[in-house]
Write a protein of this length. Structure first.
Length: 131
């Protein structure tokens, strides 16, 4: 850890979801992001050779907190919406699986019909009948 990282201010939780935030200094800039909702800040460059880590953390910490992180009613609405999205995704997956099974069944039925037609033709040839 560099001196600039040790001197960097404390990183506050995400103002949108309350999740854990991470900060990293890269070669030419620094970035801060939320590990949960993936919100980010634009990367911060610095003219001081510190790669902008302190500036990036300061900018993150200045973001306006929202009610989403603390209001139980809003959290309940978000959780209900997420549950509905997951339910719709599961229903769509079930439909897709049903469609695939139906296609497989049709494909198998068509193969069976072709096989049966071939057997009928062979049986007719053995009996000396014309198909």
């Amino acid at each position: 850890m560099t001196d600039s990282q040790m001197d960097a201010p404390e990183l506050l939780p995400c103002p949108f979801c309350g999740g854990e935030a991470k900060a990293k200094a890269y070669i030419v800039d620094s970035a801060v992001w939320c590990c949960d909702c993936r919100s980010t800040l634009p990367r911060v460059n610095s003219d001081y050779g510190e790669y902008g880590l302190s500036e990036a953390i300061d900018a993150w910490n200045r973001r306006t907190p929202t009610v989403l992180a603390t209001d139980p009613a809003v959290k309940a609405l978000v959780e209900a919406a997420e549950a509905r999205v997951w339910k719709l995704a599961a229903e769509r997956l079930a439909l897709a699986e049903h469609d695939a099974e139906e296609r497989d069944w049709r494909s198998g039925a068509n193969a069976f019909a072709a096989l049966a037609k071939g057997f009928r033709a062979e049986a007719a040839a053995i009996r000396g009948e014309t198909p």
